[in-house]
Design a protein around this ligand. Structure first.
Ligand code: MG
Length: 370
């Protein structure tokens, strides 16, 4: 396969409602779509959308790495993606791997996951239960959001906590619990915002609360603390920011720091690393949840193809993030009764909408040809 040309499209997605996390207030997501064109007119797409808190490169480092990678690909250099981007640039690496894989599989007229030598599941997993993110500036908006998510069939609601006092969080959690319908669970995500003492207090106060799990109660590096919290928690503990490289996963396993590991292919350097880490986690007895990086529908599509290859009957994946945006770069992936329909067809099964790509562009398209 010859990559004839490459383009980098810088974009910005505005959130419908800001998301407050302990990493800060999120009002928009900025990133780059990579477009690769081959010698028979096929096109592959990948998404790089770095975010704080996951050990990722910043926007300008990402753009530089993507530029270096695209220039090398059109010169005919074959992908060792880490080499192409010049070191640890997980967002850029992931985007190039996804774009190249999408292009290859479109050429071969096969689905995205087949690129990784995995057996075709029979029957294939075509729908993934997904959690819904509860957002809102006040109690009324939060309640309305939660009710809307349950109306749309979500059975797992996720609330970001630890960006405010525990007493405020405790009230928000109770209000959410009071409005829950039968069979719906709440998961909390502290994004590493609690100290161990604060987490101990929260876990104690929540002992009788029907929680599905708590994500990243303390800072990413504090895995020994996570292990201690796990021993007293009445719900599973999930590691998210703690696992950004394969070595991090080994440390979480060694310390017994988590019951669940959250894998974000877009933050881990792409699907091949994520597949390997998912296998390793399963081998060590950890449950895997796949989530987006609050990136565009192209990133979500790539993550959904990974999730669809994992064992069924896992907790809901975090892939229903497209609805947080005013407008996305590609047609939104259908959600039916709280389940994401994994795109079918060749490659990612999804392509950007040219009008949206133009409308959401933040700067000149960078073009690469031999
Ligand atoms: Mg998280």
């Amino acid at each position: 396969m010859k990559v004839l040309s490459a383009q980098i499209h810088p974009y910005r997605l505005s959130l419908r409602s800001p998301i407050a996390t302990s990493h800060g207030l999120l009002t928009e997501r900025r990133g780059f779509l990579v477009e690769l064109l081959d010698d028979v007119g096929k096109v592959g797409w990948g998404d790089a959308c770095p975010i704080d808190g996951f050990g990722l490169e910043g926007l300008s480092a990402c753009q530089n790495a993507l530029s270096a990678g695209c220039a090398a690909l059109v010169r005919g250099q074959r992908p060792d993606f880490s080499g192409l981007v010049g070191g640890h640039r997980p967002s850029a690496r992931g985007a190039l791997e996804v774009a190249f894989t999408d292009l290859s599989m479109r050429r071969q007229e096969q689905g995205f996951a087949q690129a990784f030598g995995l057996p075709v599941l029979d029957p294939p997993v075509d729908r993934l239960p997904v959690s819904g993110l509860v957002v809102g500036r006040d109690r009324r908006e939060i309640q309305a959001c939660a009710q809307g998510l349950m109306d749309r069939g979500h059975r797992s609601l996720k609330l970001k906590v630890a960006d405010r006092s525990w007493s405020e969080d405790r009230i928000r959690i109770q209000e959410l619990v009071d409005g829950l319908r039968v069979g719906v669970q709440i998961r909390l995500d502290a994004n590493g915002g609690w100290t161990e003492d604060e987490a101990i207090q929260a876990l104690g106060d929540l002992a009788g609360c029907p929680l599905e799990l708590i994500e990243q109660p303390v800072a990413a590096g504090e895995v020994e603390s996570m292990a201690r919290l796990r021993s007293i928690a009445s719900c599973p503990i999930a590691a998210d920011e703690s696992v950004v490289r394969p070595a991090d996963l080994e440390r979480v396993i060694d310390c017994g720091a988590a019951d669940i590991v959250i894998l974000k292919p877009s933050a881990l350097g792409g699907p091949s690393t994520a597949f390997d880490m998912a296998s390793r986690a399963a081998q060590a007895g950890l449950t895997v949840i796949v989530t987006s990086l609050l990136d565009s529908a192209i990133g979500v599509a790539a993550a959904s193809h990974l999730a669809a290859q994992l064992p069924r009957h896992r907790p809901a994946d975090g892939l229903a993030t497209g609805s947080i945006f005013e407008q996305d770069l590609a047609p939104s992936i259908p959600l039916i009764d709280g389940q994401l329909s994994v795109p079918t067809g060749v490659g990612l099964g999804l392509q950007p909408d040219p009008d949206a790509l133009e409308a959401l562009r933040t700067g000149p398209i960078l073009e690469f040809s031999p």
